[in-house]
Design a protein around this ligand. Structure first.
Ligand SMILES: *[C@@H]1O[C@H](CO)[C@@H](O)[C@H](O)[C@H]1NC(C)=O
Ligand SMILES: *[C@@H]1O[C@H](CO)[C@@H](O)[C@H](O)[C@H]1NC(C)=O
Ligand SMILES: *[C@@H]1O[C@H](CO)[C@@H](O)[C@H](O)[C@H]1NC(C)=O
Ligand SMILES: *[C@@H]1O[C@H](CO)[C@@H](O)[C@H](O)[C@H]1NC(C)=O
Ligand SMILES: *[C@@H]1O[C@H](CO)[C@@H](O)[C@H](O)[C@H]1NC(C)=O
Ligand SMILES: *[C@@H]1O[C@H](CO)[C@@H](O)[C@H](O)[C@H]1NC(C)=O
Ligand SMILES: *[C@@H]1O[C@H](CO)[C@@H](O)[C@H](O)[C@H]1NC(C)=O
Ligand SMILES: *[C@@H]1O[C@H](CO)[C@@H](O)[C@H](O)[C@H]1NC(C)=O
Length: 622
């Protein structure tokens, strides 16, 4: 039996196989011009498909990389012993080319109207493993065009034993995540009943592919199908279609979560819900700190809900007054995340990994060491919203089947509805630090009746605090709990990627006005904290966009003239700081004096009227 296996191996090894650990392949001649252009990453049955465009002039011909996906449950894989080489090994089947998956990829890519979708030709392939792992790569056997390859992994028993010993010595509660639960010690000997899933994450496959005459080197980590989570988030902008027939309808608030409902204008009564992107904090309570071999970092795993049958009814109930005919969820296509810089030093938020059925997802919170992860977990459980206020998502969703040629692009913050008190920053250290950095003011949070949360970046309620300040003060922030400016550098880091700005004003007669702006963004110091936004939103009580005069302007103060006027707006006419142009239509940081109209006072121009303000607030949606 063992002999037979060895002979078969020898025959197949004709073609490919490499035992080198960590060797990079570069089989393509350097003269080859790279003509493949990356198009998208798809997930089919949990396997990732990387799709490239071959650059044909008559419309896209798409080439798919070999799948390199582990297809079977690893629990079924038992160690074998090769009596000739005296080695203990696992034999893992790896999916390389699969006609069914290609057909599914073709279906998902229909909106690109490709002329053809096919697997690229693989020329050379090699495999390597992280040397810190207790598992070594023995061979990778594959005949081109066969659907499945075999990966052989040698188990280095000594290394494995010392690894286990080290873990036991450390008394960390890691064992149960890393070591299979049915791992037994028999007379000091270990018996692995199956391959630990995470070790496969150390194995990398490299290959050269040829498509339409040009050669390319690719490198891929093996995908684990039955772990079933695939990174979301790669696409080429050029191929991203636009769905113009969608209209934002309203926010729907679910328990612990909120989503946006859109309306299909071409089908009466058809509603589409954006993917939920809600985290399930109760799943964290039973989680322990895990270890990522390939990154050599500890992490917490957090479960997310993208769409859920149970929420469908809740959504339907909320849309009841609109008599919906049908309610569908959009399909998550890409997700980019950014974490406010004040948080990112302590831990990283890993990429969003979606499940094969796109109903749930996972996120890894990577920390420097086990203790930090444990502290992070208790902080998160105590006050989950603290973290998510600082994580921004830019999500692209594809609209349901019938509208596949179209998509909507959404920039959104984490859509969790934070429970509990509004201003509860203290339990999570990074958040507390953000507060300290913005000079001990209550940079308080506010929830609107529609369930959206905002962070106040400027507020004028009493007039106790002077806003006639210099550049340094406007940069770092100033004020007390009621009247404050949180600072340009904070506003810059909070608005990265574009957020929704909400302006709230109270007039002398008590009337309240508000306006909202999408894609509000403030650049960094090198741009002079240039302010811009995409558009004024329909959610508002004022219909004239007076802020437009200030769009694209750099910030100016008395001691720093960045405005468009021949003299200095701030120094000669206003004294406050703002994104002055020639000089202003609105002046939220002007002198606090009700019923005084003039450039230097706190005013908002509205058509031909100039409104003197009694109260003023600027907020960013979180
Ligand atoms: C192959 O590449 C050439 C040159 O870029 C291009 O003109 C041609 O259309 C491509 N053919 C296919 C089938 O992609
Ligand atoms: C594969 O790699 C080997 C060694 O690096 C090289 O000699 C050979 O030409 C390559 N074959 C192809 C088809 O690229
Ligand atoms: C994962 O493996 C289990 C057990 O073999 C199987 O029941 C399940 O369907 C698999 N899941 C996927 C997504 O393939
Ligand atoms: C909402 O969150 C609370 C507290 O974390 C939890 O007890 C409850 O089950 C959650 N509800 C849903 C629908 O997830
Ligand atoms: C949240 O996690 C808990 C515990 O893991 C689980 O029982 C529950 O079904 C999850 N909720 C959702 C909506 O996925
Ligand atoms: C974990 O990291 C923190 C901060 O880098 C450090 O203070 C602490 O000593 C570390 N703990 C361990 C157990 O290494
Ligand atoms: C700005 O004002 C603060 C507080 O009055 C002062 O300490 C600082 O020196 C000033 N900076 C400059 C550059 O004038
Ligand atoms: C307050 O003043 C504004 C602008 O002058 C006006 O439009 C609004 O109707 C007034 N509200 C009340 C309650 O008088």
């Amino acid at each position: 039996m063992q002999l037979f296996q060895l002979r078969v191996s020898a025959a197949l090894a004709l073609l490919l196989c490499s035992l080198a650990a960590g060797r990079q392949v570069s089989q393509c001649a350097p003269a080859d011009s790279p003509r493949l252009r990356f198009v998208a990453q798809l997930s089919v049955n949990g396997c990732a498909l990387f799709v490239h465009d071959t650059g044909a002039s008559d419309g896209p011909h798409l080439a798919v990389e070999p799948l390199m996906c582990v297809t079977d449950s690893l629990r079924g894989i038992v160690p074998r012993f090769d009596f000739i080489t005296q080695q203990l090994y696992f034999s893992v089947p790896v999916l390389m080319r699969d006609a069914g998956m290609l057909a599914e990829a073709q279906r998902q890519l229909r909106h690109l109207s490709p002329r053809s979708v096919s697997f690229a030709t693989v020329t050379n392939i090699s495999v390597s493993a992280d040397t810190r792992s207790s598992i070594r790569v023995l061979s990778f056997l594959w005949t081109p065009n066969e659907p499945i390859a075999t990966l052989r992994l040698r188990i280095d028993e000594n290394k494995f034993h010392s690894f286990i010993r080290a873990l036991r010595m450390s008394k960390l509660n890691l064992l149960k995540n890393i070591v299979p639960s049915d791992f037994k010690w028999i007379k000091g000997q270990s018996h692995l009943n199956y391959l630990p899933m995470e070790t496969l994450q150390n194995v990398r496959l490299s290959a050269s592919i040829i498509s339409n005459g040009s050669c390319h080197d690719i490198q891929s980590r093996i995908m684990l199908q039955n772990d079933s989570f695939i990174e979301v988030g790669l696409y080429r902008k050029k191929f991203l279609p636009v769905c113009r027939q969608l209209r934002f309808s309203r926010y729907v608030n679910l328990e612990n979560c909120s989503a946006r409902a859109h309306q299909r204008l071409d089908i009466k009564g058809h509603f589409l819900i954006e993917p939920l992107l809600c985290h399930n904090i109760s799943s964290l309570s039973s989680e322990s700190v895990r270890y990522d071999y390939s990154r050599d970092m500890h992490y917490l795993k957090l479960d997310l809900v993208l769409q859920d049958e149970a929420t469908r009814d809740a959504v339907r109930t909320q849309l009841a007054d609109l008599s919906p005919r049908s309610v569908d969820f959009m399909r998550l296509w890409t997700a980019e995340r950014s974490v406010s810089s004040s948080l990112s030093a302590r831990f990283e938020v890993g990429p969003l990994m979606a499940s094969a059925d796109w109903r749930s997802a996972q996120l890894r919170l990577l920390c420097g060491n086990w203790t930090e992860c444990r502290d992070l977990k208790s902080a998160l459980l105590a006050e989950p919203s603290d973290l998510w206020r600082h994580v921004q998502w830019r999500v692209t969703s594809l609209v349901a089947e019938q509208c596949l040629s179209k998509s909507s692009r959404i920039t959104s913050s984490w859509r969790m509805k934070p429970p509990g008190r509004a201003d509860s920053c203290s339990s999570l250290k990074p958040c507390a630090r953000l507060q300290r950095a913005s000079a001990r003011r209550t940079a308080a949070f506010q929830m609107l009746p529609d369930g959206r949360w905002f962070l106040k970046i400027q507020q004028r309620l009493t007039g106790r605090v002077s806003f006639q300040r210099n550049w340094t003060e406007y940069e770092t922030g100033f004020g007390d709990g009621t009247d404050f400016w949180i600072g340009l550098s904070a506003i810059h880091s909070l608005s990265q990627g574009g957020v929704t700005l909400r302006v709230e004003m109270k007039l002398g007669n008590g009337s309240e006005l508000h306006a909202e702006y999408a894609g509000f963004q403030v650049g960094d110091a090198s741009t002079g904290y240039r302010m811009t936004y995409r558009e004024m939103l329909r959610v508002r009580s004022v219909s004239i966009d007076s802020l437009e005069h200030h769009k694209g302007m750099r910030f100016s103060t008395m001691d720093r003239d960045n405005d468009e006027a021949s003299d200095s707006c701030s120094n000669q006419r206003v004294k406050g700081g703002w994104w002055f142009n020639e000089c202003l239509y609105v002046n939220p940081n002007g002198i606090f004096k009700l019923h005084f109209i003039g450039l230097k006072y706190m005013i908002w121009t509205y058509g031909s009227a100039i409104l003197s303000l009694r109260e003023m607030r600027l907020m960013l949606q979180i």
